[in-house]
Design a protein around this ligand. Structure first.
Ligand code: FCB
Length: 467
C-alpha cells in the first residue's frame, strides 16, 4: 500500500511538473501582448521616402462583370437547404465597376497621397477558355498599369486572388496536382507581357483562407468540408507558387522582378493561458493555418496536421521561393477547449476589445507579432493588406493609426518593411459577406456607383503626408 501511495505521489508530481513546464514554455513562446494607450504612437521618421503607401483590391471584388469564374458560379448556386451561402443573397454583379472607372479611382489614390496600388488580374477574363487568350482583356490591364505608372503609383499585381476560371475548376482546379502547370503557364504569359512595366508580383493571395473557406468551412467555392483535401490543396497551391516563382526567375527580366506570396497571419490564442486544453486548440489551428505555410517556405518541407489529418510532403525548391513576404493581417482569435471538435474550433472574440463589423476585434498588437513572425522568412516584408469593416466609420481612423503605430514600432526595432497597403480603396464585394462589409476608404453606392470619401480615410492621408 505504502509503495502504491509513493508511486501515486511521484506520478502526481510528474504530472504537475509537465503541466508547469508546458504552460511556461507556451507562455514564453507566445506571450500575451497587450499595449497601453501611450504605446500607440507613430514614429514617422522610420518610414523611408520610398516606402510604398497604397490600397489593395482584388479583381472579382471591384471590377464587375466577372461571369466566368468559380465565384460567379458559387454566387449563382444554392446549398442543400436551397439557399445562397452568400449574405443577403448578394451577387458581385457590377461590383465597383472598377473595370471602367479605374481612371477616376487612380485619381482618388493620388488625392490620398498614395504611391502604390495592389490589384489582381482576372484569369477568367484573360483566358476565358483553356488556351484561348483574350487580347482585349490583356490590353485592359496594360491600360491600367500604364495609367498607374503615369500617375506615379507603383503597380503590384496579384495573379490569383481566390478566383479561377470555371474551365479550370471543371478540370479539378488545385485539387489535382497535374493542373498546376496550367496556372504556371498563365502566370508566365502575364509576366512576359508586363515585365517591362510591373516590378512587384504576388503569386497567390492567402492560400490558407482559400482552403479554409473552400475545403474546411465550405462557405467559399467549391464549398467542401474535407480537411484531408484542404491539406492537399494547400500543398498544391504552395507548389504552384513555387513553380511560378522559379519560372519567373528564369525568364528575361525575372531576376529584377520582386515576386512573393501573400500570407495572412491570424494570431490564434488560448482563452485561458493556464489551460492546457485551450493552448492545444490554439496551437493546433496555428500549426495548420500559419505554420504549415511558413515552414514550407522556409524549408521546402510540408507538414499539415489537423487531427486526424496528417500530411507530410517535401518539395525542396519551395525553400526561399520569394523575394518579399507579403503579410495580410486583420485580427486575432481565441479558442476554448472542448472534447467536441466542432465546438473547440469555434472562433471567439475577446470581450474587452473594440469590435469591428466582421467577427473580429481590433487588435493592433497582433500586427506587430505577425510582423515578427513573418520576418523569420528572412525577406523584406510588405503589408499587402490591413483594414477594417466599419460601416459607421467610427473606428477606421483609430484602426489605421494604431496599426501603423505597430508597423512603425517594428520598423524602429529594425524590421525591414517596404510598404503598407490598406484594404481597401472603396467598399466592395466581400465574398461570403456580400456587400454588407464596408472596408472602403471611400463608401460605395452600388446603384449610382458614387464614391464618397470617409472621414476615417483622412487619418491615413495625414499619416502619409506626414512622411
Ligand atoms: C482578405 C482577402 C480580401 C478581403 C479582406 C477583407 O482575407 O484577401 O480579399 O476580403 O480579407
Amino acid at each position: 500500500m505504502k509503495v502504491l501511495i509513493k508511486i501515486l505521489k511521484i506520478l502526481l508530481f510528474a504530472i504537475l511538473l509537465i503541466y508547469i513546464g508546458a504552460i511556461l514554455v507556451w507562455n514564453f513562446s507566445q506571450p500575451a501582448v497587450k499595449w497601453k494607450k501611450e504605446d500607440f504612437k507613430i514614429v514617422s521618421e522610420v518610414f523611408p521616402e520610398d516606402f510604398m503607401w497604397g490600397t489593395a483590391t482584388a479583381a472579382h471584388q471591384v471590377e464587375g462583370n466577372n461571369t466566368n469564374n468559380n465565384w460567379y458560379a458559387w454566387e449563382h448556386s444554392l446549398n442543400e437547404d436551397n439557399e445562397s451561402t452568400i449574405h443577403n443573397n448578394d451577387k458581385s454583379g457590377k461590383a465597383a465597376d472598377h473595370w471602367n472607372r479605374y481612371p477616376e479611382d487612380i485619381q482618388r489614390m493620388q488625392d490620398l497621397g498614395m504611391n502604390a496600388y495592389r490589384f489582381s488580374i482576372e484569369w477568367s477574363k484573360i483566358e476565358p477558355e483553356q488556351g484561348i487568350i483574350d487580347r482585349a482583356a490583356i490590353q485592359h490591364y496594360h491600360d491600367l498599369v500604364d495609367s498607374l505608372n503615369a500617375a506615379g503609383l507603383t503597380p503590384m499585381m496579384t495573379f490569383h486572388h481566390f478566383t479561377q476560371p470555371i474551365w479550370f475548376d471543371d478540370l479539378g482546379g488545385f485539387e489535382k496536382e497535374e493542373n498546376i502547370s496550367l496556372f504556371v503557364k498563365f502566370c508566365r504569359l502575364v509576366f512576359e507581357e508586363f515585365v517591362d512595366k510591373v516590378d512587384y508580383y504576388c503569386t497567390i493571395n492567402e492560400p490558407n483562407v482559400f482552403i479554409t473557406g473552400g475545403y474546411v468551412r465550405g462557405d467559399f467555392p467549391p464549398g467542401k468540408k474535407d480537411p484531408q483535401l484542404a491539406g492537399e490543396v494547400l500543398f498544391n497551391l504552395l507548389k504552384a507558387h513555387t513553380l511560378v516563382y522559379r519560372t519567373i526567375k528564369a525568364l528575361p527580366g525575372g531576376r529584377d522582378a520582386k515576386v512573393g506570396i501573400v500570407k495572412d497571419i491570424f494570431v490564434f490564442e488560448p482563452r485561458n493561458r493556464f489551460h492546457p486544453g485551450d493552448w492545444l486548440v490554439a496551437r493546433t489551428v496555428d500549426k495548420a493555418f500559419n505554420e504549415s505555410t511558413l515552414a514550407f517556405l522556409k524549408t521546402g518541407y510540408y507538414n499539415f496536421e489537423f487531427p486526424p489529418v496528417s500530411i507530410s510532403k517535401e518539395y525542396r525548391i519551395g525553400k526561399g521561393s520569394y523575394d518579399f513576404a507579403g503579410l495580410n493581417y486583420y485580427s486575432h482569435i481565441i479558442f476554448d477547449f472542448s472534447f467536441d471538435q466542432e465546438k473547440a474550433l469555434e472562433p471567439h472574440m475577446p470581450e474587452d476589445e473594440i469590435k469591428t463589423d466582421m467577427e473580429y476585434t481590433m487588435y493592433p498588437e497582433g500586427l506587430y507579432t505577425a510582423i515578427k513572425r513573418i520576418a523569420s522568412l528572412g525577406a523584406p516584408i510588405i503589408i499587402t493588406e490591413n483594414g477594417v469593416a466599419d460601416r459607421d466609420d467610427d473606428i477606421r481612423g483609430l484602426y489605421i493609426q494604431e496599426h501603423l503605430s505597430a508597423v512603425s514600432k517594428a520598423m524602429e526595432e529594425g524590421y525591414d518593411i517596404d510598404g503598407y497597403f490598406y484594404w481597401s480603396l472603396m467598399d466592395n464585394f466581400e465574398w461570403a459577406e456580400g456587400y454588407d462589409m464596408k472596408f472602403g476608404l471611400y463608401a460605395l453606392d452600388t446603384l449610382s456607383q458614387e464614391r464618397s470619401l470617409r472621414k476615417g480615410a483622412l487619418t491615413l492621408k495625414n499619416i502619409i503626408q506626414g512622411n
